[in-house]
Design a binder for this molecule. Structure first.
Ligand code: CJB
Length: 833
């Protein structure tokens, strides 16, 4: 209040309020102004980077004006807000997306062209904001787009990593990691030097008794680090709503940088202190679906959670409401267990600082949080060592013990004498050392727990969280199947297809209501339409072929079937099965006569994805792919029948040109392991078909588009356990085709076989945990069906059109509306133009 302008002076402010550009000339004026003043360049000195920067800064000004309006409207509406806490936001590039969401791309393209540039080239100057590993981070980014597009009052909270996910280079066939310093020029963020929070670590707990006899716990001492807010505007599509993503950056707290030390010549230790503080938000941990339990990671989690909660609580307190109203004003969604400490931190604030009694505080907390689980893989479930945790967050450990005690007491009352149950559901696992099971804490502290696709949500209820269903009942557990934003993943990634759909449906309304795609189905047999449809696919494949040629030197025929598997490299995602399948195909082709070969469908097998730096098996899989590509691509007998390509440094902007260019994409995880998958949705939405297992969202995609339009294969989730058991007891002979592949590798066809010994070992002595052998025969025979289907171009076109027309369900708008109605209880707020 104190910092706002007194009412009598406001007219003056309003008179000079910033206005947005709203046509080509005004846009151009802004671009030139930024190039000349913000960047201090001129028309004699403006390269593509400067032109991109000018355009981006012009666009940013526009977004900020809407951002301000939105925040004012939200404050005035005073409705419940949702806060989406995620350690990862895999945003990709912003300029193109912002132009499209604000529906000004057409005149912006013309505008920059008249200034001497091509918009594509400017867009290409932008660095991806790669603050995430894979699906979980990209889901958060799609959700932000939907929250803004649906005008929900929502904020994202995350960390402003100085280094995002590493850049991948392939050197001599191996992955090499290169740091991703992306902040050299980032026009999309605003430092908020006035918004800082001091965050404490380590220290001890002082306990004393008040005059009224109550005990008070005060967390004292330790290291203090400052959190500084950076705000990123998130423009919605077809609305002025521009939400906020607040990312925290760490720096030494004022006073922490010790000038005494500095002046007395102890530069090194004073600089060390500063670096220690800055280290917290320095790097994104590059692991996907694996927990490594490092102290710095826990520091990151607490730093981010404490700063975010401080901010949320400060905003709530401005309204002077009673604490019990907190859950009516605030919903907090935990994206996986990474922010689970927020449950504990809110308890600490309410009990230690605001002096609420435990039960009142606990009721508030358990009405506020929702927890989304993204995986059932045991190695991915977060657990923190108690000694490590106690040292870093002594008071939080006490609170966790208390939460656990009260919880176990309530379980004991309802299920007396079931000691086993108590030890199974305890937040503390009695291992050596003891560990804190973060997922259990998240369940106990949340109102709702959701999985991310139907099968996955069923699996968590019947396997890893079964006991909690018994304790809390079924109502606490729900499903929200993931979705993707059609703005980025159709309109932006595939402008030609989007324009063709618009032509048929009469408007771009499908981008706001994706169920309108159903209107395409009646054109599925229209020959002219099929031709336009397939021509667009062809042009997208040509663009990819050119990219492959330019970056790898490999020539691929754009008429061949493009078979793409791009995602993080993981044994459960089974890229190894894909490349074994490629080898098997190669061997069959080699064994054929010339005449037989002439009848085969030409194929390009495209792979892309990063391996976690410490994941040796995943790196070996990459090495096998590159080794196979070296052999196959240079085999003159094979020519265009088979090409194998590894695309370096797969990321969001590469996904944007890969998804539109697939005929077939692979989603072939061992059944029951891939929680949902979201690229499966993107590929089908862009007119590709899928080969996949009955896993994650593949199952719902099949239900929507029809089983005749998807190539499903392999064992079912319900059989996995028995199959694994059989392997352990040596009862499963290796599939003969797979055996042949292994022998070929061992013969040295793809280079020194010792390099690949780990992969073979995993299939044999390793017990084939991911059931490659069990699924291999049906994988290969299903690929044969794909070949047959691809030969019938008209049927293929028909099927891809029908599939797209039935993909409406997989928009992230639908997912967000489900969260809003069933978990958060929030309503949209209209923001005037
Ligand atoms: N997921 O990307 C990650 N990282 C994890 O650590 C755990 C799960 C993925 O989340 C996606 C979004 O829900 C899912 O689609 C995907 O199946 C899952 O692996």
């Amino acid at each position: 209040i104190e910092s706002s302008i007194p009412a009598p002076l406001r007219d003056k402010w309003k008179k000079f309020a910033a206005t947005e550009f709203s046509n080509k000339e005004e846009f151009q004026r802004e671009v030139v102004r930024h190039v000349e003043t913000t960047l201090a360049r001129s028309l004699y000195n403006c390269d593509e980077l400067a032109a991109y920067s000018g355009a981006a800064l012009a666009m940013r000004d526009k977004l900020i004006i809407d951002w301000n309006k939105t925040q004012q409207a939200h404050t005035l509406a005073d409705q419940k807000r949702v806060y989406y806490l995620s350690l990862e936001f895999l945003m990709g590039r912003t300029l193109d997306n912002a132009l499209l969401n604000r529906d000004i791309k057409d005149y912006a393209v013309e505008g920059v062209s008249e200034l001497g540039f091509r918009m594509e080239d400017l867009i290409d100057q932008e660095h991806d904001a790669a603050l995430g590993n894979g699906g979980l981070g990209r889901l958060a980014a799609c959700f932000l787009d939907s929250l803004a597009s649906l005008s929900y009052p929502a904020w994202g909270y995350g960390l402003r990593y100085r280094y995002g996910i590493f850049k991948q280079e392939i050197i001599d066939g191996y992955q090499v990691e290169v740091p991703d310093y992306w902040l050299d020029f980032n026009p999309w963020e605003f430092p908020r030097h006035d918004i800082t929070v001091d965050i404490m670590f380590y220290g001890y707990v002082r306990r004393y008794t008040e005059d009224d006899g109550s005990t008070v716990n005060i967390w004292e001492g330790g290291e203090v680090v400052q959190a500084l807010a950076y705000d990123v505007p998130i423009p919605g599509y077809g609305t002025s709503t521009t939400n906020n993503l607040r990312l925290w950056s760490s720096k030494p707290s004022t006073g922490e940088f010790d000038f005494q030390k500095f002046n007395s010549g102890d530069y090194e230790s004073s600089v060390r202190d500063q670096q220690r503080a800055e280290t917290i938000s320095a790097v994104l941990y590059p692991n996907d679906n694996i927990d490594v339990g490092k102290e710095l990671r826990l520091k990151q989690q607490y730093f981010w959670v404490a700063a975010s909660l401080y901010d949320i609580v400060r905003r709530f307190k401005k309204s002077h409401r009673a604490w019990t109203e907190f859950p009516h004003q605030v919903a907090i969604q935990l994206n996986d267990t990474h922010p689970t400490l927020a449950i504990v931190e809110l308890m600490r604030i309410l009990v230690d600082k605001e002096h609420l009694d435990w039960d009142t505080a606990w009721n508030i907390v358990t009405e506020t949080f929702g927890y989304t689980n993204h995986t059932v893989l045991p190695e991915a479930l977060e657990k923190w060592s108690v000694p490590l945790f106690q040292n870093l967050l002594p008071r939080h450990l006490q609170i966790i013990y208390d939460i656990n005690l009260f919880f176990l007491q309530s379980v004991e009352r309802r299920f007396p004498k079931d000691r086993e149950l108590l030890s199974r559901v305890s937040i503390i696992e009695e291992s050596n050392p003891q560990v804190i099971r973060m997922a259990y804490l998240a369940i106990i502290g949340s109102k709702k727990v959701n999985g991310v696709a139907e099968l996955h949500s069923d699996l968590i209820k019947t396997t890893i969280f079964k006991d909690f269903v018994k304790i809390f009942g079924l109502d606490k557990f729900t499903n929200v199947t993931n979705g993707v934003t059609p703005r980025r993943w159709l309109h932006q990634a595939n402008p030609q297809l989007s324009a063709l759909i618009k032509e048929k449906l009469g408007s771009y309304n499908f981008l706001k209501d994706l169920s309108l795609l159903s209107g395409l189905e009646k054109f599925a047999d229209d020959k002219d339409f099929q031709k336009e449809w397939m021509d667009i696919k062809f042009r997208n494949k040509q663009r990819l072929a050119k990219y492959i040629k330019d970056t790898t030197g490999i020539s691929v025929n754009p008429s061949a079937l493009f078979d793409i598997q791009v995602k993080r490299i993981h044994e459960y995602k089974r890229q190894q099965m894909n490349i074994f399948g490629v080898i098997s195909r190669y061997l069959s082709l080699k064994a054929m006569t010339k005449e037989e070969r002439a009848k085969q469908v030409q194929r390009v097998s495209i792979f892309g994805g990063k391996a976690a730096p410490g994941y040796w098996m995943a790196k070996t899989i990459i090495r096998l792919i590159t080794a196979v590509s070296e052999v196959v691509n240079n085999d003159v007998e094979i020519g265009d029948l088979l090409k194998v390509v590894f695309i370096e440094d797969y990321n969001v902007s590469k996904a944007e040109f890969l998804c539109p260019a697939s005929d077939l994409s692979e989603h072939i995880s061992t059944a029951g392991t891939e929680a949902s998958g979201t690229s499966n949705m993107k590929f089908v939405l862009n007119g590709g078909l899928i080969i996949g297992t009955c896993d994650g969202a593949n199952i719902e995609i099949t239900r929507e588009i029809g089983e005749e339009r998807i190539f499903l294969f392999g064992n079912l989730a319900e059989d996995v356990e028995d199959l694994r058991h059989a392997h352990r007891y040596g009862k499963t002979p290796m599939d003969p085709a797979l055996k042949e592949v292994c022998e070929e590798i061992q013969k040295g066809t793809f280079g020194e076989p010792g390099v690949f010994a780990g992969l073979i070992h995993a299939l044999t002595e390793g017990g084939d945990y991911y059931l490659v052998s069990d699924d291999f025969a049906s994988y290969l025979s299903t690929h044969k069906l794909v070949d047959e289907a691809f030969k019938d171009t008209a049927a293929w076109a028909h099927n891809t059109i029908v599939a797209v027309s039935r993909m409406g369900f997989f928009t992230s708008d639908r997912a967000i509306n489900e969260y809003a109605d069933e978990i958060w209880n929030i309503d949209p707020v209209k923001v005037d133009n």
